[in-house]
Design a protein around this ligand. Structure first.
Ligand code: SF4
Ligand code: SF4
Length: 346
């Protein structure tokens, strides 16, 4: 049974303040003096407001410094359009969203370099995974994840943050090459917006029908989120393959860090979609709290169970028609972590 620590969002008194839990959680992280610690965090797309709040991240940074570690906050560039596609745009967006040297008291380094190609290749299960170099080179990894819905993974938490979040553009492309969408023309009103927002210019109109050029498509999923008529969708087979690739990429990161990794999941502002969207949307459930563990699968399973318990149904499946448990099962089979956990309330 893996230990998963839980601090409820129910905070009736000052002594229960949520950010105080971060100090207690971080006592469990086996960080040594002078170790370079990558604090992996999605700092939010420009316009999104659902990402992990800066005050929690600062608390993590302070706790690492107290242990003598040398933290830096990090994330990787994206595959799609938006304001995080290269390191300059990302650092500007991060600063607007509250993450900079002054507020965090540590450097922010975009781990896959200026254009997302700074990488190291790791072989796992016969696949070559491109890992963002600054993450690869760190001594210790602390993974901070906003637990919320996700259009391709059902939900996004620690596994998704490890897998997609720690890879360079090539690593992301490999995971996304199995998620090229299908198009349902019966729902389409031919507004042609998708032909403009596809970052690969893969969508076009021909003889009154929307077509996808699969040679160009990167499988980024932007069309799944942005078409207001929900015309784009994934086949069951591509969802399964995507979850399998997520698990393989997560395994690659775990091969690098082994025991030198710690996870914190934030079950707050639980939005239907991920923080890559340029909007957050209304949370679909009340805040639940914060969890911490040394095991990515256990913390995601515990997070998922708590959301289902609070909602009394699978709100992620209801939203996306994708079973998020698939990523847990695939990750468990590959040895990323364990499903069995013991919830310890603090
Ligand atoms: S955005 Fe959606 S509704 Fe508009 S043309 Fe594209 S597929 Fe059709
Ligand atoms: S067609 Fe959709 S999934 Fe493919 S690149 Fe364009 S927006 Fe991304």
């Amino acid at each position: 049974m893996v230990e998963v620590y839980f601090k409820s969002a129910d905070t009736p008194f000052a002594k229960d303040a949520l950010f105080l839990a971060i100090e207690k959680f971080m006592e469990k992280a086996n960080i040594n003096k002078n170790e370079i610690v990558a604090v992996k965090l999605h700092m939010g797309e420009f316009g999104n407001v659902g990402y992990v709040r800066p005050v929690f991240v600062r608390k993590v940074v302070d706790a690492i410094k107290k242990k003598g570690g040398k933290p830096f906050i990090t994330d990787t560039t994206t595959l799609y359009g938006g304001k995080r596609g290269n390191a300059i745009d990302y650092l500007e967006t991060a600063s607007v969203n509250g993450f900079n040297l002054a507020s965090m008291n540590c450097p922010i380094i975009i781990a896959d370099g200026l254009f997302g190609n700074d990488e190291e290749i790791i072989s796992v299960n016969g696949s070559k995974i491109a890992i963002a170099k600054a993450i690869f080179e760190a001594d210790y990894l602390v993974v901070l994840s906003h637990f919320k819905g996700h259009g391709m993974a059902g939900f996004g938490g620690a596994i998704k943050n490890l897998a997609m979040g720690c890879c360079s553009k090539n690593g992301k492309l490999w995971q996304h090459e199995v998620t090229k969408p299908l198009h349902d023309s019966s729902k389409c009103i031919l507004c042609l917006k998708c032909t403009k927002f596809c970052p690969a210019e893969a969508i076009y109109e021909e003889n009154g029908k929307i077509k996808i050029d699969y040679e160009k498509c990167r499988g980024c999923g932007a069309c799944l989120v942005l078409c207001e008529n929900h015309c784009f969708y994934l086949s069951e087979d591509s969802v399964k393959k995507f979850h399998e690739r997520l698990a393989i990429a997560a395994k690659a990161i775990m091969e690098i860090f082994k025991e030198k990794v710690f996870f914190i999941n934030f079950l707050m502002d639980i939005t239907p979609r991920c923080d890559c969207c340029s909007f957050a949307g209304r949370p679909i459930i009340n805040d639940i709290g914060i969890l911490a563990s040394k095991d990515a699968v256990a913390i995601d399973k515990a997070s998922y169970d708590l959301v289902l318990k609070e909602a009394k149904k699978d709100i992620f499946y209801e939203e996306h028609k994708i079973d998020g448990k698939l990523q847990l099962e695939k990750a468990k089979i590959l040895g990323v972590g364990n499903m069995e956990y013991k919830l310890i309330k603090i």
